[in-house]
Design a protein around this ligand. Structure first.
Ligand code: SAM
Length: 272
């Protein structure tokens, strides 16, 4: 830990804070306080290559809220948020429960620091839980007591994979994992994905930084991302760059490579 780092007192035991974590790097990108020097080094490196990446992180949080509101409007009242990250503003349960206080949310993340922070945020909220689990183990995730208690797999579910599939390598078969979750849910369920989008040459350099400093971070093409929705009915406007996914107000698109909206794509599919 860097000298003078003010957060020693909250570092959960057993966590090596000299090794950056995806959740904490993302928190640093969003300007949060739940990160360490090792995480900030990665965030700063990414920003130095591409200053617009911070805007992209915020666009990402905004599309999460728009997507959850869309799902809620379709009658979805239970959500499985896989790779949920550290709590920040407009968390899934807050967006979902703003429309429907009875909405249920289970947050799943494999970084134990998320559990530590999530528990504090969720104290007293009986409709929301956070668990430490690996989304690459769907059977384990779906059989956890918190999931079984809050989520009824016989009713439509909102499955969220927001900013997480790009942290899986091709050899981990992300498409196969998505299918495992889709197979486990009933028709009427929705799959909501956001994913780093390949935009060479800028994202080639970002991918190199992610892989060397964090060990994960794959920028995939729109075609590759769209393939996660195979077998589902893709909701309009399909898999598109973040600001173009059902914006609240008309947006002006710019084809410039420096446009932060080029870095991440979003899509929602419905099981029929
Ligand atoms: C970039 S953050 C995104 C957080 C949140 N979904 C959002 O969009 O604000 C990705 C999160 O996925 C988690 N993660 C990465 N691999 C995972 C895995 N195999 N299982 C569960 N969570 C994972 C990380 O710990 C991190 O918190």
């Amino acid at each position: 830990m860097a000298e003078g780092d003010p957060i020693e007192d909250w570092a959960p035991q057993g966590i090596d804070v000299t090794v950056p974590s995806i959740a904490r790097v993302y928190d640093a990108m969003l300007g949060g306080k739940d990160n360490f020097a090792s995480d900030r080094a990665v965030a700063e490196k990414i920003r130095s290559v591409l200053p617009i990446s911070a805007d992209s992180a915020w666009q990402h949080r905004e599309v999460l809220a728009r997507g959850v509101r869309y799902l809620a409007a379709q009658g979805i009242d239970q959500f499985l948020d896989l790779g949920s990250g550290l709590p920040t503003v407009q968390n899934t349960h807050q967006v979902a429960q703003a429309d429907n206080p009875a909405a249920r949310v289970v947050y799943v993340d494999n970084d134990p620091i998320v559990l530590a922070h999530g528990r504090a945020l969720l104290a007293g909220d009986a409709n929301t839980a956070v668990i430490t689990a690996d989304l690459r183990e769907p059977d384990d995730v779906l059989s956890r007591p918190e999931v079984r208690e809050l989520i009824d797999l016989d009713r439509p579910l909102g499955v969220l994979m927001i900013g997480v599939l790009h942290h899986l390598g091709d050899e981990e078969d992300p498409a196969g994992l998505v299918k495992r979750y889709v197979d486990a849910v009933v028709p009427g369920s929705h799959l909501f994905i956001t994913h780093f989008k390949a935009q060479p040459p800028v994202t080639d350099e970002m991918e190199r930084i992610f892989l060397s400093m964090l060990g994960t971070g794959r920028f995939r093409t729109l075609e590759e991302i769209s393939a996660y929705f195979d077998g589902l009915e893709l909701v309009e406007p399909g898999v598109v760059e973040l600001p173009l996914w059902r914006p609240d107000e008309p947006v002006e698109d710019s084809p410039a490579a420096e446009n932060p909206s080029r870095l991440i794509a979003a899509g929602v599919g419905r099981k029929v």
